[in-house]
Design a protein around this ligand. Sequence first.
Ligand SMILES: *[C@@H]1O[C@H](CO)[C@@H](O)[C@H](O)[C@H]1NC(C)=O
Ligand SMILES: *[C@@H]1O[C@H](CO)[C@@H](O)[C@H](O)[C@H]1NC(C)=O
Ligand SMILES: *[C@@H]1O[C@H](CO)[C@@H](O)[C@H](O)[C@H]1NC(C)=O
Ligand SMILES: *[C@@H]1O[C@H](CO)[C@@H](O)[C@H](O)[C@H]1NC(C)=O
Ligand SMILES: *[C@@H]1O[C@H](CO)[C@@H](O)[C@H](O)[C@H]1NC(C)=O
Length: 385
Amino acid sequence: MKVLHFGSVITLSALPLRGWCSSLSDYALQRVLQDASPIFGKYAKDVADKSEWMKKYADDTQIVHMNIPGTHDSSTWNYTQATQESLRGITDLNEVTVPVAETFRCQERPFIDMLSMGIRAFDLRYALDPTNTTLVFYHSQALLSETATVDDVLFGFYKWLDDHPSETLLLSFQYEGSTAKYASNNAAVQTQIFNTLTSPVAQSYFPQRKNTLGTLGESRGKIILLRRFDLDQLPASYTDKLPGLHFSPSLWTDNSPDITLTYNTNDNLTAYIEDYYQPLTPTGSTAAENIKWKYNATTRNIVEATTKHADSLFWTWASSENTENTPPDWPKIMALGNGTAITPKGGVNHHLVPFFRQQRGKRVGIVMFDFFDQPDDLIDVFLSI
Ligand SMILES: *[C@@H]1O[C@H](CO)[C@@H](O)[C@H](O)[C@H]1NC(C)=O
Ligand SMILES: *[C@@H]1O[C@H](CO)[C@@H](O)[C@H](O)[C@H]1NC(C)=O
Ligand SMILES: *[C@@H]1O[C@H](CO)[C@@H](O)[C@H](O)[C@H]1NC(C)=O
Ligand SMILES: *[C@@H]1O[C@H](CO)[C@@H](O)[C@H](O)[C@H]1NC(C)=O
Ligand SMILES: *[C@@H]1O[C@H](CO)[C@@H](O)[C@H](O)[C@H]1NC(C)=O
């Protein structure tokens, strides 16, 4: 009797309710993805050939041994002068001068395309929006969208991982300074990023391991946090609850071609990082000279990755600018050349293609690119190392 009664309750009222719930949650997700789209791009389930490239690696592969392509300042892909103009009303609240859009733009394809085209590491820079309400994305003074919050964009990654459960993503989160006149990495900011990264949904997508990358199998369908921020305004118990690897900004030497950063003192796990984003060439150096310096620093770190410290993390940034130079070398010029006879072979990206072809079978580690989609074969060549 009891069982039958219970069964009839399920049949008569719960089933229709469940159907209704599922369409409401679909609708809610669609809405979040729509809000995320200025940063994530318009979500579409893709079947591109590089959308599941991690399938060919065994579960027991150590992530530290893998070659993983990433994008530097990933959120800048739609930051044109028109976007800057459209945000000017709200950006004025920040009371900072925002230089021309080319200074900040480092990409031109949305996240959804990056994912389909094989990118697995993302460089995400957050701060409070100009009304101090939500965490949004910036590149220095440039607000990249007022409406797409860090929370919204994470749902884009979660949904994509549900659609591609063989893949692992590495998300680098960094507090971006100098976004507003009095902005700082204060307790309000730190509480918001903590809540975002420890919410129930985040806990189900971020493996709760600390200070080690682990194996691919442990992180398929999940996100490894590369934490480039401190929670120094909150009690230590907050920091204890965050998963992933910690790269304290205080240890990440600015504009350095050669950073050695220990992210796990117990096991002496060290990261070897090149982040020489502004070559220290004499003012007036040509675009070609700046590109040569950056290429030099990039390949030096990658050659170390192929030959040394097999179980340590190598994280190389192929991205750069020389905006202090005359004329300025924007990120795009550094990555792709300036389209004149002074850079006949293009930029850093073009020079890296033949270099990567020579690294077959080796470990190069994580490499972050600007304008990763050019030249056409850059990521294909990288993934076939
Ligand atoms: C990209 O920027 C343009 C110009 O500001 C805007 O019209 C367009 O909606 C943006 N694209 C997305 C996906 O938000
Ligand atoms: C946002 O916070 C900063 C730092 O506390 C403050 O100076 C600024 O006036 C606030 N902006 C708004 C619009 O409330
Ligand atoms: C930690 O590792 C580095 C090389 O990765 C080595 O130079 C150093 O001696 C090691 N330190 C300890 C305490 O084992
Ligand atoms: C290309 O770079 C050279 C050397 O830096 C510079 O003189 C020239 O003005 C640049 N041309 C363009 C179109 O940016
Ligand atoms: C190239 O890199 C080496 C080693 O880091 C450095 O000593 C040298 O000055 C660099 N040369 C140029 C042209 O950047």
